[in-house]
Design a protein around this ligand. Structure first.
Ligand SMILES: [Zn+2]
Length: 162
């Protein structure tokens, strides 16, 4: 099933603390993961303003350490050819693995829900010309804070702080 939402692109649009339909969808993916007993991180891929795929972290559900939200989303998208004019959304700042994939695939833009609970690889992506927008959303921060408080060991495993 495909959705046809359009991204707001007014030139002086203030992204901070606001979100569009794609970020809402990424958050709903994160909540799906949480309900499955997994890590609440969701991701959405958009091309030419249209939804391509969505996904969420499935490390616990599929016993797969590389199935982060962004990786699951890109996996669900399949082969889409060029990643020009794509935007990847994530409820949390991408880690180095996901950031490496974003750089490798030449995805030009990343919009994240927050980077307070995990600072990720923002500088790495920016050094490679990726535009990174951090919406700093309370909803995303609370979701991660609650999860980290409830399952600290599971989170430490995800970020390799073992
Ligand atoms: Zn990752």
């Amino acid at each position: 099933m495909r959705y046809f939402y359009h991204i707001k692109c007014e030139s002086n649009f203030n992204y901070k603390n606001t979100m569009d339909e794609f970020m809402k969808l990424a958050i709903s993916e994160a909540r799906k993961g949480l309900n499955e007993g997994g890590i609440p991180i969701g991701s959405v891929l958009v091309k030419d303003g249209k939804l391509v795929a969505q996904g969420h972290n499935k490390r616990v559900q599929e016993n797969n350490p590389i199935l982060h939200g962004e990786m699951d989303c890109l996996n669900n998208a399949g082969r889409i050819g060029s990643y020009k004019n794509t935007v990847i959304y994530s409820t949390l700042m991408p880690c180095y693995m996901c950031a490496g994939t974003i750089v490798q695939f030449k995805i030009p833009k990343v919009i994240v829900g927050e980077s307070k609970t995990f600072s990720g690889a923002r500088e790495f992506m920016e050094q490679h010309g990726v535009e990174v927008i951090d919406l700093d959303l309370d909803e995303c921060k609370k979701m991660m804070e609650n999860f980290i408080n409830e399952k600290p060991k599971l989170w430490d495993e995800d970020i390799m702080e073992l």
